[in-house]
Ligand binder design. Sequence first.
Ligand code: EPU
Length: 430
Amino acid sequence: MLKYVIHGGKSLNGKVMISGAKNAAVGILPATLLVKGVCRIENVPDISDIRLLLQILDEMGASIRRLSPGTLEIDCTHVRDAVAPAELVRRIRASYYLIGAQLGRFGHAIVALPGGCNFGPRPIDQHIKGFEAIGAEVELSGGNVIARAPETGLQGARVNLDVVSVGATMNIMIGAVLANGTTWIENAAKEPHIVDLANFLNAMGAKVSGAGTDVIRIRGVKSLHGGSYSIIPDQIEAGTYMAAAAAVGGDVLVQNVIPKHMESITAKLREMGARITEYEDAIRVVRSGKLRRANVKTLPYPGFPTDMQSQVAVCMALAKGTSIITEGIYDTRFRYCAELNRMGARIQVDTKVAVIDGVEQLHGCVVKACDLRAGAAMVIAGLAADGTTTVEDVHFIERGYECMIEKLRELGADITRIETPEPERSRVAG
Ligand code: EPU
């Protein structure tokens, strides 16, 4: 059992260095399966989702070398035509990218249906629609996605997504890179990690254009070659530290960021009264007075990210007045509000809308991380609260935040990570 214990009430001051983007890395690593040659990848975050993906690639026969913290060499030239290990695949949402990667590399794929954070149904019908459009036959059987390309190979086509999906856009891109002819993804997602995946593929010899707009064109190539690539900084990790500075108070310089990617978050925190200065690759957040109320609706990029919803909710819980959050991506992503209310927040949730009445102070208690971003929000709330907050189930947080404890301590936080053995009862219950 893993938990964080926080003694709150200390302002955050100093510098924090942002790691490579999780949601870019989880697409790029599976995409190395398409490459015959060595991919040198820098700025790979050391988080549990990435460690799991590396284990999956390793079991499939990839040769992986860590050159330095954050820099890996991955060579999939001799990867066997293997089934991805189901027990590992089920533990991570992004393992769906193995479908596109195996299909592209071997012409067939068997991948267990992916797991990941639970905030309602997370279908993959748009991924399947894309693979079928480029000629694959796809069936769901025995908890697996089974996809087969025709003997003549995958054939480029137009795919019009019914919903703007990050995962489907990236997966179809991966699947189509080695197809015959040209594929267009219409109504594509535009998140920074979509552009990052396209840039990675192009660095290895692919011909992808339009990433970052809503039409992406992928001209199929015969093969990809090795090369070097550096992953972009994590937009959500940066936003999390910005929200932490705003909620807790202090003066924080968030370094290694692309300020353009942060615009919707910067604008919202400014509206709430944080003083924000943008530099070429850093953002300074200063908050001294009381925060002001605001409303936010989560939307696909460049809108306000759903992955920042819970962190900004903590700011709103401590702001003057009543704020409203409307969740525009998922059916339900407000489970953490009950935990925040245990700390003294006043939040009412009705399906996709949360109404937050700001309070003067949150109070430490024992809370749970319901998922990755909800867990980050609990940490921010604990830092802002008086007394002691214990955040349980923090393995969720460690899926996506590199060295969060160390980074927060550098900023002056009093936070400790405590690992205790599982109680006998739950081990037996399994
Ligand atoms: N959707 C469908 N069908 C599909 C795919 C998606 O209906 O085939 C729906 C989803 O149910 C959702 C919406 O479309 O309502 C958007 O889902 P999307 O596919 O964009 O999400 P995802 O690929 O499953 C990624 C990130 C999430 C992030 C979302 C939205 C990864 C591994 N995950 O998920 O990140 O919330 O995009 O930006 O990249 C996180 O990092 O904490 C996280 C959950």
